[in-house]
Design a protein around this ligand. Structure first.
Ligand SMILES: [Zn+2]
Length: 145
């Protein structure tokens, strides 16, 4: 049979009978390649540190701002937005930092921009910083206060 032109695959098993891979025919690979590369692109991103959820919980439990806990996030770059970032499935934003002084930052999972929310006593300021390959974050702190 002319195998390379057929859409087929072979599941590979080790001696213990555990599946350790799948061999796809070149013809099938042509169909899958785009998807596979998209997945690999996500999977191969630098190891992300875990979300600092404990710090977020700390901030919430010591909340002494004059407004309710805010859970909404908007990306000023690509326009992604959520009412409650923790409840999204799949998540649109990833918590990057949560600081008891009221600075909470997120990464937009769509365009990688960094969204920085600063909680002041009576207001919140939000700043979106477009993703930069160089990882030089600039914090022009308290601009416009
Ligand atoms: Zn975005």
């Amino acid at each position: 049979m002319g195998k390379s032109n057929e859409l087929n695959y072979t599941t590979l098993f080790d001696a213990q009978g555990e599946c350790f891979g799948v061999l796809v025919s070149p013809a099938l690979w042509e169909h899958l390649k785009g998807d596979a590369e998209a997945h690999i692109g996500h999977g191969c991103e630098p190891e992300q540190p875990p979300e600092p959820l404990a710090e977020w919980e700390n901030l919430k439990s010591s909340w002494d701002f004059k407004y309710p806990i805010d859970t909404d996030v908007q990306c000023g770059v690509c326009g992604a937005s959520t009412e409650d970032w923790e409840k999204d499935d799949p998540r649109k934003f990833r918590l990057k930092t949560a600081n008891f002084t009221g600075i909470v930052s997120f990464q937009c999972l769509q365009c990688k921009a960094r969204i920085l929310k600063r909680h002041f006593t009576d207001k919140i300021t939000v700043e979106t910083q477009p993703y930069q390959e160089t990882k030089t974050y600039k914090f022009d702190a308290y601009k416009g206060r």
